[in-house]
Design a protein around this ligand. Structure first.
Ligand SMILES: [Fe+2]
Length: 426
């Protein structure tokens, strides 16, 4: 193999490696500099520079060697000069050749000669002049050979594509950033709207001030304890805020009845999950399943809930979480016809109704989250704050929670075993 061919292969090899780095490493100016040094080294040139066309025809130095930094300050490219490069046949211009009629080269010929630049090459990618490469003479004083020109063109093309790619990447990143910002803005507006909605629901029900907000927070805490991804946790918090949105269509007197409501009133009130679904379903929520969580937050595992009387595995996990959060808040806040229940009483209810009304796994997760706060295993005091600081003060609280967790975990394991057996028999 001829030495020049070997050199060429070597050069291309190095360039291929560099090309791969453009996207990956992100250090673009380093890539341009290294490419230019390779070009100078391969052909033994004393000086050279790479300039990038930036807005409105100015040129920015991307790499320079053996030339003064001020070189590019004086340069600009008019639109007609740019078009001449784009439409012309020539791919390179020799400064020493006075016959060159190229307007840009003619305009700067004297200055370029003064800097001992011998060759000017426009970098053209996809019908766009991305920049210029300026090269000095060979150190040996020899003229450029045809092979030299081939090498130079290939490398200049490579650098041009590199610059073009970087620009595209920058544009994409900018667009993505813009989209991200817009999306974030939309989400903020959405969340603010949801909270306003929740406040509106709670205002209608004068005895359950802040109920929807608390259900949202409890749901979020339970979902996080169950290992849900952050995006889903945000979603269930929203579902919690909105779970009772259907109450907006229920008669205010029924919602606020200071007595136990009769069957007719009760069936009117029980319309609210389905009504909530109707309200929420047409909205394009940024989170999954919000309408379904509202619809099924009064379903029970034993099928005695409403509106559809679904059983255990038919009920979405999110709805089970909201259901527990909802009931827990109902039990732990005062109502017009009763005081709130003691924590011991609430734990008894949760134990008794796990597997009937509530999902044992969900109750266990909630109990774990409460226990973490009670034991100080977390800095969070969100549950404590919602319940009022005295509510979880009892000495027996940690034991109540621990026993509940153990019992329910045991029950869940048994349930899983039975399901496995049933599967085996089937
Ligand atoms: Fe409800």
């Amino acid at each position: 193999m001829e030495p020049s061919t070997q050199k060429l292969i070597h050069t291309f090899g190095a360039l291929a490696d560099l090309g791969q780095e453009i996207a990956g490493r992100g250090d673009f100016s380093e890539m341009v500099r290294t490419s230019m040094h390779l070009l100078l080294g391969t052909l033994a040139l004393r000086r050279g520079a790479v300039a990038e066309c930036v807005d409105e025809g100015s040129l920015r130095c991307a790499a320079i060697w053996g030339l003064s930094d001020r070189l590019f300050n004086a340069f600009s490219m008019t639109e007609s000069e740019r078009n001449e490069f784009l439409n012309g046949e020539a791919t390179e211009f020799l400064i020493s050749n006075d016959a060159t009629s190229n307007a840009f080269v003619t305009r700067y010929r004297e200055g370029l000669r003064g800097e001992e630049i011998e060759l000017v090459l426009p970098m053209i990618v996809r019908d766009e002049v991305t920049g210029l490469v300026l090269l000095g003479r060979k150190a040996s004083g020899e003229e450029f050979s045809a092979d030299d020109f081939d090498t130079i063109r290939a490398m200049v093309r490579h650098i041009g594509v590199g610059i073009h790619t970087r620009r595209l990447l920058e544009q994409v990143a900018q667009r993505a950033e813009e989209n991200r910002r817009l999306y974030e803005e939309l989400r903020t507006i959405y969340r603010a709207t949801v909270r306003a909605f929740a406040a509106a629901i709670d205002i209608k029900d004068k005895y359950t001030q802040g109920h929807s907000e608390r259900v949202g927070r409890y749901s979020e805490i339970i979902a996080r304890e169950m290992g849900w991804a952050e995006e889903e946790v945000e979603g269930i918090q929203i579902a919690g805020y909105l779970h009772d949105v259907g109450k907006l269509v229920v008669d205010r007197d029924i919602i606020n009845a200071p007595y136990k409501i009769n069957a007719k009133e009760s069936s009117e009130l029980n319309r609210h999950p389905a009504a909530g679904y109707e309200i929420l379903a047409p909205i394009n929520h940024p989170y999954a399943d919000i309408p379904l969580m509202a619809k099924y937050h009064h379903e029970r595992l034993d099928g005695r809930g409403y509106p559809e009387g679904l059983v255990d595995e038919q009920i979405p996990l999110g709805a089970k979480i909201v259901s527990l959060a909802d009931s827990f808040d109902a039990m732990t806040t005062d109502r017009p016809y009763r005081r709130r229940r003691s924590f011991e009483d609430v734990v008894r209810d949760l134990r008794e109704n796990s597997g009937k009304q509530f999902d044992g796994k969900v109750v266990t997760a909630f109990a774990r989250a409460i226990l973490k706060e009670v034991n100080g295993d977390t800095k969070e005091r969100r549950i404590t704050k919602m319940l009022g600081k005295d509510y979880l003060q009892g000495d027996n609280v940690p034991t109540l929670l621990t026993d509940l967790i153990i019992d329910l975990t045991h029950k869940e394991a048994q349930k899983a075993q039975e399901a496995q057996k049933a599967k085996g028999q089937a």
